[in-house]
Design a protein around this ligand. Structure first.
Ligand SMILES: NC(=O)c1ccc[n+]([C@@H]2O[C@H](COP(=O)([O-])OP(=O)(O)OC[C@H]3O[C@@H](n4cnc5c(N)ncnc54)[C@H](OP(=O)(O)O)[C@@H]3O)[C@@H](O)[C@H]2O)c1
Length: 380
């Protein structure tokens, strides 16, 4: 058995923890905190349960850890997590292939929605009891977190936390790619790769809400789902995807949203209409590649720069959700408004209890999810 799958006592800073594997039946894996070395209890501290990704392996390798959260510092707030997103980024992190790969061991979790339970002495813009959202990149797979207050965006109490979290990273990503990068216009046609996934479902719905036609690639088993979102599906496994796109859009498409990269990126460029924009935002095709995790980005960057320089009126660019931090709150509010009024749906595939994070990650790792998988910590 892998050593990391056994119980272990680890030291992190001044604290010690007992760690046990998560596995598929981890509800019974109750972990005991080392009370001897815990910081003294104060009204301002709080015990949290968090999920740890200890090293590369399969989703079963995840572990559960309990620790005492330190009191919030002056510029921080503590949040009781009500929902945390599960995304393809964690699938990549588990392989050690996320482009901004954190060092193992770490607590994954790209985003969260929760309620403020404590604020630091210097925080005036947040109050205890307020519902907030945050893009954390890591750390949200926990039932309580302490974060810099500036990272917390106040959101409506009316929203279901799991639905809201489904549109934090993915909604802002989709909104910004459509409206800030490609600047789509009513009546245009766009190609959305991976239209069945977390980002893809929102790209499709937000485009449809802007009266834009969508051609969406996805595995054949998910075509009814993609159709239900308002897109025309194409099987992403077919060899003639560009021909099928040309049949549907003879003059080319006005934008392509490509998270796959690799050799197919050239096809994404070719199917663009004059004046169209290619938005590359991932290299999912390199998930199981060998070599340095950043290696796939070298040919990607070279191609984008070359295409951008060509005088043919087409645009090519890479998008990263942290590109415009100044617009994050505004764009999240925009997407949450569309969620609240029913213009878009969160398309939640599964709500999974936090202790079953391995199962949640497995859904994405095996491509079984359609839409978003959300972790839901137990209400205490
Ligand atoms: N740049 C950014 O700021 C940013 C932000 C968020 C996400 N992303 C990227 O966006 C992508 C989607 O993230 P997500 O969380 O929405 O993932 P997701 O829910 O797992 O959806 C991804 C979808 O893409 C398809 N797919 C997976 N691997 C593929 C491959 N090798 N080739 C073709 N299609 C593939 C799958 O569709 P089928 O099952 O139908 O085949 C899957 O439903 C990821 O690559 C992620 O890294 C980038």
């Amino acid at each position: 058995m892998d050593g990391a799958m056994q119980n272990a006592r680890v030291r992190l800073g001044d604290e010690r923890f007992d760690i046990r594997p998560l596995g598929h039946t981890m509800k019974s894996n109750i972990l005991s905190r080392d009370t001897e070395s815990s910081p003294a209890q104060s009204t301002n501290t709080r015990e949290t349960t968090e999920v740890v990704m200890p090293h590369t392996d399969g989703p079963d390798v995840l572990q559960k850890r309990e620790r005492q959260l330190p009191p919030s510092r002056a510029d921080e707030a503590r949040v009781r997590v009500e929902a945390a997103g599960v995304s393809f980024a964690e699938v990549q992190m588990l392989r050690g292939r996320y482009f901004n790969q954190p060092s193992f061991p770490f607590v994954p979790g790209y985003d969260l929605v929760g309620t403020v339970t404590d604020v630091g002495s210097g925080v005036s813009e947040l109050a205890v009891g307020q519902r907030v959202a945050a893009l954390t990149e890591t750390g949200s797979w926990a039932n309580h977190v302490v974060l810099p207050a500036e990272k917390l965006v106040p959101i409506s109490d009316e929203l279901d936390p799991a639905e809201a979290v489904a549109v934090v990273t993915n909604g802002v990503t989709a909104w910004q790619m459509l409206h800030r990068v490609a600047q789509v216009q009513a009546g245009q046609t766009v190609l959305v790769h991976g239209a069945s996934g977390g980002v893809g479902t929102l790209l499709t719905q937000l485009a449809r809400a802007a009266t834009v036609d969508v051609i969406g690639t996805a595995s054949a088993s998910k075509h009814d789902f993609v159709r239900s979102l308002g897109a025309t599906p194409i099987d992403s496994h077919d060899d003639d995807v560009p021909d099928q796109v040309r049949e549907l859009a003879p003059d080319g498409v006005d934008a392509v949203f490509d998270h796959v990269g690799g050799s197919g990126l050239a096809d994404s460029w070719r199917v663009l209409a004059p004046g169209g924009t290619l938005v590359s935002y991932g290299v999912a095709s390199a998930l199981d590649a060998n070599g340095h995790r950043l290696r796939p980005f070298i040919p990607l960057a070279a191609r984008l720069l070359l295409w951008k320089a060509l005088p043919n009126g087409k645009q090519a660019t890479f998008y990263y959700v942290q590109r415009w931090p100044q617009y994050f709150d505004e764009d999240l509010t925009e997407v949450l408004t569309l969620l609240a009024d029913g213009t878009i749906d969160a398309e939640i595939d599964h709500r999974v209890p936090l202790p079953e994070a391995s199962d949640a990650l497995q859904l994405l790792d095996t491509g079984r999810a359609s839409g978003k998988v959300v972790l839901v910590p137990e209400v205490e």
